[in-house]
Structure formats: structure tokens, C-alpha cells
Design a protein around this ligand. Sequence first.
Ligand code: GLC
Length: 605
Amino acid sequence: MKILYATSEAVPFCKTGGLADVAGSLPSALAAEGAEVAVVVPLYRRVRERFGDQLTFLCYDYVNLAWRHVYCGLFSLERDGVTWYFLDNEQYFDRPDLYGYMDDGERFGFFSRAIVRMLDHMKFWPDVINCNDWQTALVPIYLKDDGVREDRFRSIRTTLTVHNIEYQGRYNPYVLGDLFGLDAGWVEDGTLLMDGDLNLLKGAILCADAVNAVSPTYANELKMAYFAHRMESVMRQCEYKLYGVLNGIDMDRYDPARDPGIARNFTAEDMSGKDEDKAYLQCLMGLREEAHVPVVAIVSRLVSHKGLDLICEVLHDMMKLPMQLVVLGKGDKKYEEFFHWAAQQYPGRMAVRLDYNEELSMAIYAGADLFLMPSKSEPCGLSQMIAMRYGTVPIVRETGGLKDTVHPYEAWRDAGNGFTFANYASNDMLHVIREAVYLYKDYPDAFGRLRKRGMECDFSWARSAGEYLRIYANVTGQVWPAPEAAPAVEAAPVEEAPAAAEETPAAEEARPFEQAAPESDPEPVKKPAPARRGRKKAAPSAGKAETEKPAPAVEEKPAAAKAEAVPAAEPKKRGPKPGTKKKPKAAGTKAAGETKKKGTAAKEK
Ligand code: GLC
């Protein structure tokens, strides 16, 4: 099975959010399962600067994008059994940030076009291209377009992973031909049209062979108006090919027993190190060094869908509880101002850093006792898994991946791995915070067992990689695992029921946290589980990846642009050497501005 993973960011090369963590660890987990995997990412300035000397220049070619004839360099790097390809065009990608430019539509239109056109220069012709979010949403469209003329493009299947449906890549339909080089038919038949906008994500949802949301609950939520950002009817229409495979985390990178970045290592069996991590955190943040007062932590982008309004509403009631509060993150001004002000009201008990700080976030995961994540919506969420791994008990709202990974504490049978509340209501949140704080204070043994259950959960990618491979097998019609690797059974997958039954206990064992999420089986929601499966290898190590930063460094900005598209000058052919500095651009070489309808401007990611 040959898989090309197309992404606009990936750890350790470039990151603004959770997509980068997934793209940084899933491909090597797929490779560990025996698939041939390559990843393709733009060669951003920061990649060139930090990894330029490790890249090999392969070739360059020209990519036709509408009337443009654009240089595209191809660099590569081998890492953890995966080939990484970097597509180079300095005009588009030699910029300080990944996103937030007026020509983001053109930049990622180019990226998607180039992925398809540069396939000839890559190591293998993929069976499947896995696209991610709106930035690579045009890949299935271009493949279909090219497939009309060239048969070989028709052999490639596509899957789309939706990490956050809020960001859809919306533009004025007027730019379809000029910017993306597509025929008006794509809008006229509605494929790329949504609420009067050109909508790239909608096109990919319709055209991809399978769509994967990043958790089973999110896959269901996407069919509801509350969560789907107007895409619910499209998702319902595509329910037959909708999957919900839960993300994993890099269990080697996030390992409290070996993490060199925390003050003291500890394990579920010997938690003494965590006490020191807590004292260190309190000292670092200027909190009173009180060992028996629980530290509640928030590490988040400070934006509305993270549920911060709930905290604003009841912060003073929270602070009446015997607890301390640590907040790390940056984002919307109103939240930054609120937390800054609130911290001043509770000196020694509440500390806030309006920052995006990797190292500090790890000190918080290691040193805190409780981790608060009351998201209004959360496609998957990685922070709660990292927190659990470090013995920090999560308090979450039951949505998306939070619901699939955190199971509420049940005192009567000593079960669960965290605290949850269902309604988006501040008093419900306050109630569970109170429950958690008093369990910590009054029943330390029960709290210790709860903590331990969280630490022992298997959040590894190995489990999810197997599920992704089954999706790829479904869309390609290939048998997975490949017949030669499988025991001598005829290639009649549906008849392999005994094999499936045999594996069930093992699979269950590997997902102790998934009690409420049996549907994480990667069949489209509602289909019966296929018999074909088989993950034989142990959890792969996805290599040292850059640490999770729940608060991204780069906030997406709407790619707002004036209605009139300014034609871009054809980017010059660039030297093949990474690291070569680009000359300042001549006036007038600005890329074409994509248009966005007023009032419908979406925040693009
Ligand atoms: C997005 C989602 C987050 C998810 C991540 C990786 O950032 O908001 O919930 O964990 O993508 O899929």
C-alpha cells in the first residue's frame, strides 16, 4: 500500500496546531505497519532555515496553475521509514509565517496543484493521497480534472481528514478560473459552491473517496448544525464514506518516565517525582508552594470554541475552592485581558502567561493536578491525552475527542479517568471542578487511582494507524494486510470473521479508554465492522517530534482580499539550494489576491 500524506504543516518541520502533530506522527506509524509512506509539505522559510542542510534537492519542474507557469522545486529527506517531500517556491513559501496572507488561496492552490503535477518525480505512484483540511482540499479536484485527460490519475484514491470544519477555504466564485485554474462547471454543478461561496473543503468532502473526522464523536457531530459550520447537510450526504478515527499522541515523546524536559521524571508506580514537578511549577509561576492544594491548569489557544466563556462566568466561584489556577496561552484580546486582570485578583493562587511556550506547557502538564478543557467543540484534542499521560487528571466537556478519551469518574465502582460535564453551562462545569478538587483533597487514594488509570491509557498511534490502513484498503479495494504478510487465508476478506473475532480482545485491551467509543472502528458510521483487519506490530515510535503546543504560534487570519484579483507575476525559477536567501521581490510581483465575499469571510486555516 502506497500512501502519500499531503499536509500544510507537520512536526518537527513547521507547526501552528494539532494538524502538525498528527502529520508528524501518523505517517511513521503507518510505515511501522508495513505501508510505504511519503509526506508532502511546503518548503516554508522556517523549514529551509532549520532543516535546509538535511534536505536533498531532487529536481524542479514547472506547474501550470491557471495562466501561471510556476517553478516548483522538489526536495526530500528520509525519516523514521517515511520519505518527506518539500515543495519549493520561494514566492509562495519563503515567508515568516505559514498562513495569514492575503494570497493564501493561491499559495495552497499552487501547493495542491503541485502535489498532483510533481507525482511523476516522486519515489512511487500513490494508491491513496490523504489530504488534510482546506489547504490540500483541491487535490481530489485536480486529480479528477487531470483524470479526464490522463488515465493514470484515475487510479489514485483520495481520503480527506477533517481536523476542524470551521476552516473551509472560502472564496468568491469569481476566482475559480483565474486563481485555481478550474472550469466553471465545478461551481455550476454545486460541487465547489456553498452559500454562494467557492468552498474548497466542500469540494473535497464530495470528491474524496473517504472522509475521516479525527474522532468517532466528531464524525457524528459533523452531521449536526451546532458543530458543522453549515456543512451538516454535506456531511449527512457523505455519511456513507464518513469515518471517525481517533488521533493518537507520540507516546515516546510524551513519556513522564523519560522526558528530559521536565524537572523530575516519574511513573504511574512511583509518583514521587510529580510532587517535585508540582513544587517546581508553583515556584516558576509565582504560586504559593502548597503541596496539598490542587493546581488546575489551562493550556489553550485563548479562543471562544475552547469554552473560555464558561471560565469567565464562574472564575470567582472557582477561586473560592481550595485550588490554584495556572493559565498558559494566547489568542483573543478579550480573553487575554480577562485572564490578565483575574490573575491580579488572586496573587499566589492564580498565575497567567499570555504566551505560547512549549517548555512551560510541559512543566504544566507534569506539575499540575487537574487539566481543564471545557471546549464548546473539540474535533479531537491532544492536550487532554498528554495531560493524562503526565498524571494530570482532565476535566472536560463531553464533545468530540474529549468525549472519546475522557471517561467520567465513578466513585461507586472506582472507574473512569477524568471528570466530564455534558451541557455547555458554567454551573455544570463548576460542579465537576468542585467534585474534582474535593476528591483530590479528601480522598487522595481514590484520586491517585484515578490519576493512574489515566496514565495507563493507550493513546498510541499504533491503534489508529491500523484503522487508517483499513480505510485505505476499503477505498482501494486492496487487501490489508497484504496477502503475503497475512496467514495463508484466501483473499476473501469478508469471510475472515474468525480472524476478526480473534483480534477483538487484543484490540479492546489496547483501548482501555475507549469504553464509550466502540464505533471508533473505521467503518463509515453505521456500517457493520469488516472482518478484514490485522495490526501485528507493536506501537511504533514516531520519533522525537516537536512538542505539542496547544496554543499555536500562528493565528489564522482571514485571507481577506479585495474583490479584484491582481495577476501574479510568474515566480522566477529559483536556485535549487535550500537556505539560499531570496532577493526582495520586485514591485508588482505580488501574488494574485483571491477575493472573499464580504460578510462571508471565513477564517482560513
Ligand atoms: C485541530 C483540532 C484538534 C485536533 C487537531 C488534530 O487542531 O482543533 O481538536 O486534535 O486538529 O487533529
